[in-house]
Design a protein. Sequence first.
Length: 121
Amino acid sequence: MAIFCNIEIIGALKDMKLPGTKSEIIDHIDKKSNISEASKIALNKLEDKVYNSTDEICDNIKIVCDLEVRDALAEMDLPADKNEILDYVRFRNFSEFVVRSLEDLPDGYTFNNISDICSEL
């Protein structure tokens, strides 16, 4: 399972005073009208505890396959290997978040569908 924070989450948390509880983090994020539903879902999966820094929050965000990754691959012809997938997202200028997520895919494997890809992230 990939563990990461996307740029959107980091930006939404930059002005939050920490330490803070999961509940306080969610309340802070809910006030941000421009944050995606995928990022809100990721933050809602945090453990109920106090977080002392943005890094600690990011270390605890667990996303199996972000909606942005799924959207980026929706039109791709599969099966494909890691290099073909990376070429596809880079050529179409998907976000750095998508590219970095997909760079974690294992080499030497052919992915038959998006679920295969997501299971390796």
